[in-house]
Design a protein around this ligand. Structure first.
Ligand SMILES: C[S@@+](CC[C@H](N)C(=O)[O-])C[C@H]1O[C@@H](n2cnc3c(N)ncnc32)[C@H](O)[C@@H]1O
Length: 268
């Protein structure tokens, strides 16, 4: 039997490194270095922060293999630090955007485990989706994170039980800014699509549908998926949606999606 190394509790519970990575990403330190600013005092001015504390933070990251310090107080990018230039990484790590919501939300884990109830509002004052409604900039960065910039272009090769041959109409329920629907319509010229998501989110779909050349075969519908869905479609897609909800709401979404298929009115 191969021997597994014994995990070290200090390493497993280290919060310092993840927070240092988030802060370096939020302050765009890698971008400043890539632009030629390498001296710690100049980096601190460019990032609008305290030089001494920034030096400590970068020193810690160097010790963990992120950034290099080729001379005292001078910093350089290494392969890992170059990852901070990637817009997708930045979206997930930026404490001023959705990355901050995800990071600080971990602080509610104890309440969640104790009660079994989401405790997001404990930190942010509102449940997750309402919080995004109240903060358009955060909502925009969430949409970007789940869209092509963050998660890349999705594959249109969605496996469905009876195959795609007879499918002519698709509704993507909670389809974000439409990246998956755009790829499906691009791959299948005989299919028409409807995108259902919050109005603020579908409002960002036009560019994606235009770029895919499918804008004339798609309708963007800004509405809640807890309201009756467009009826009569051959296929209702739900990708990474049900897992966001407790069972009761997930069942309600499923009921609406199944019962509106081919025009059957939703059961109360
Ligand atoms: C995790 S994202 C998944 C997006 C997309 N299906 C994907 O796989 O990239 C969940 C989506 O559900 C949408 N959403 C959440 N609550 C909603 C509601 N009540 N009505 C409509 N859309 C909602 C969000 O705006 C978001 O786009």
């Amino acid at each position: 039997m191969p021997k597994h190394p014994v995990p070290n509790l200090s390493d497993l519970s280290d919060l310092r490194t993840p927070w240092c990575v988030h802060v370096a990403a939020t302050l765009r330190i890698a971008d400043h270095i890539a632009a030629g600013i390498t001296d710690i005092d100049e980096l601190a001015v460019a990032a609008g922060c305290d030089a001494g504390v920034l030096h400590s933070l970068l020193g810690h990251l160097v010790s963990k293999g992120v950034f290099e310090e080729p001379a005292p107080g001078r910093f350089a990018l290494n392969e890992t630090a170059q990852g901070l230039l990637d817009p997708a990484q930045r979206l997930g790590l930026d404490l001023d955007g959705i990355g901050g919501r995800f990071a600080y939300a971990w602080g509610t884990l104890l309440t969640y485990v104790r009660t079994g109830q989401p405790a997001y509002r404990e930190t942010f004052g509102l449940p997750f989706w309402e919080d995004l409604d109240a903060h358009p900039d955060i909502a925009a960065s969430f949409d970007a994170l789940i869209g092509p910039v963050g998660h890349g272009a999705p594959t249109p090769e969605v496996q469905i039980t009876r195959g795609w041959q007879s499918v002519r109409t698709v509704v993507d329920v909670g389809g974000g800014t439409g990246a998956l629907l755009a790829e499906i319509l691009r791959a299948r010229p005989e299919v028409q699509g409807k995108l259902v998501d919050f109005p603020r989110t579908v409002a960002r779909s036009g560019e994606i549908f235009q770029a895919a050349g499918v804008a004339d075969r798609v309708t963007a519908i800004g509405q809640s998926f807890f309201a009756p869905l467009p009826a009569g479609a051959d296929l209702y897609l739900l990708k990474k949606v049900l897992n966001n909800w407790p069972d009761r709401e997930a069942l309600a979404i499923l009921r609406l999606s199944c019962s509106t298929s081919r025009g059957t009115p939703p059961k109360k």
